[in-house]
Each structure stands twice: as structure tokens, then as C-alpha cells.
Design a protein. Structure first.
Length: 262
């Protein structure tokens, strides 16, 4: 057995001369090295770096802005708001970039979801320190938001769908309307964010008086029903995800049982 190392440190070429027979022509090492080195380079060039896709780079920028906003949330309202809102707006931009450059990836979808969930969770943690009497409700809201979204997204990934916004006809009609009607989706997401953002800002500023109430408090009151409905939809997401996940389990167990019988 003769082992011929290539120019790449991780590539080791081996072949058995006995396989070719004593009369076979011996292939010089340098030819093997050159051939496999070129093949390895071609293979490397053909591999895409998912992390350097435009939408994912934007996603990393969202993470950085979110972390900056978390740091300044307890003390610097304006700076925290600028970073938080910019991070949220970039969520729409990276979606367009993914479609424009044909760079939609499962990693990007999960990165977006985790950034959204982490952003909302950290904002709620700050609100719990501002309004300790409502800590329990912030905890419940945070738990629903994280667990139900993750259950649904994880199931979508296992099912091999391109996006968690793709809904089968067999799934809940409310979820179909929520994700396929852009106006409904925007209204619910914007209203939910407006509720928590208003609670945050009103801790620092009351804002101009409107109808005898501070502007930010008024926004919180108006958007509260939207936030409640959004929480209900999140629960529904979790239920749909759990049902679909159980279906995947049933199918896998049935396939395993059939394989064992054979």
C-alpha cells in the first residue's frame, strides 16, 4: 500500500499497487498530487458560504444592533429605541434581499426568528424591572412568544418547508390568513411591537397630551388588544406545531416498524 499525500493538508490519497498488478504502469506521485489538488480546489470553489450571504450579513447586523439596544435599555431610552427599531426594520430588508439575490436559507430564517424572539424577550425583561407589579404577565407573554414560535419553526424546518410563513391547506385557516395576508401580518406585528414599545417609552416620557392622556400611554391602551390577540395567535402556532410534530413522529415510527418487519 502506497500513500500519496496531496498539497492540501487534509487530503490523503491511497491506492494499492497490487490492485493494478505488477505489469501496471506506476503513476508518478506528482501527477496524483496535481490531479487531486485541482479537484479539491474545484470542490472548494463550488461550495457556498452561507454565512456570507447578503441577507445573513444583514441578520448579523440586526444582532449587533439588538445587543447595543439591550445594553442601553435601562438608562438611555432614545439610543436604545434607535438601535431596537433599526434592528426591527432590517428584518424586512433582509427578507427582500433574500428573495432578490435568491439567498433564502434555513439558517437565515432561524437567525431572524431567534433575533426577533430575543429582542422581544429582553425588552420584556426591562419592562418587568420598570413595572414589577406586572412581572408575571411579562413572564407569561415571554414564555408564550419564545416556546410557541420555536415549536412552530422547528416543525416547519423538519417538514422541509422553505419558510415558516408557508401554510398547508390542511393547517389552521387562521394561521393561513395570518401569514398569507400581508396587511394582517403587518398590522398584528406592528401593533404588538407598538404596545411594548409604548410601555417602554412612557416610563421615561409621558409625551404630549391627547384626549387628556399622555400620547405613549394612549398608544399602549389602543394597541393592548392587538398584543393580546397576537399572544393568542402565538399559542395557536404552538398547537399547530405540536400537532404537526406528532404527525412527523407517527410517520417515522410507522416507517421504522415497517422496516423492522422487513
Amino acid at each position: 500500500m502506497i500513500k500519496v499525500p496531496s498539497q492540501l493538508p487534509y487530503l490523503l490519497i491511497s491506492f494499492d499497487i497490487n490492485h493494478f498488478g505488477r505489469s501496471s504502469t506506476f503513476i508518478p506521485n506528482i501527477i496524483l498530487k496535481k490531479y487531486f489538488h485541482i479537484s479539491a480546489l474545484k470542490m472548494t470553489e463550488s461550495q457556498e458560504n452561507i454565512f456570507l450571504f447578503v441577507p445573513n450579513i444583514i441578520g448579523f447586523g440586526r444582532v449587533i444592533l439588538a445587543i447595543i439596544s439591550f445594553y442601553f435599555m435601562p438608562t438611555h431610552c432614545i439610543l436604545a429605541c434607535v438601535c431596537y427599531v433599526t434592528s426591527a426594520l432590517l428584518d424586512a430588508i433582509d427578507g427582500h434581499a433574500a428573495r432578490y439575490f435568491n439567498q433564502s436559507t434555513k439558517f437565515g430564517a432561524i437567525l431572524d426568528q431567534l433575533t426577533d424572539r430575543a429582542g422581544t424577550a429582553c425588552l420584556m425583561m426591562t419592562l418587568a424591572t420598570f413595572y414589577p407589579q406586572y412581572t408575571f404577565w411579562f413572564q407569561i407573554s415571554m414564555a408564550i412568544d419564545i416556546t410557541c414560535h420555536w415549536m412552530y419553526l422547528h416543525t416547519v424546518t423538519l417538514q422541509g418547508k422553505a419558510s415558516h410563513k408557508f401554510i398547508d391547506m390542511s393547517e389552521n385557516p387562521i394561521m393561513r390568513i395570518y401569514y398569507t395576508n400581508k396587511l394582517v401580518l403587518f398590522f398584528m406585528c406592528a401593533g404588538n411591537e407598538a404596545f411594548y414599545a409604548a410601555l417602554y417609552v412612557m416610563y421615561f416620557y409621558s409625551g404630549p397630551t391627547v384626549l387628556g392622556i399622555g400620547l405613549y400611554k394612549l398608544i399602549a391602551i389602543i394597541s393592548a388588544p392587538v398584543a393580546i390577540v397576537k399572544a393568542g395567535i402565538s399559542v395557536l402556532q404552538g398547537v399547530v406545531g405540536a400537532i404537526n410534530l406528532s404527525t412527523i413522529d407517527i410517520n417515522e415510527r410507522a416507517a421504522l416498524a415497517a422496516k423492522q418487519k422487513n
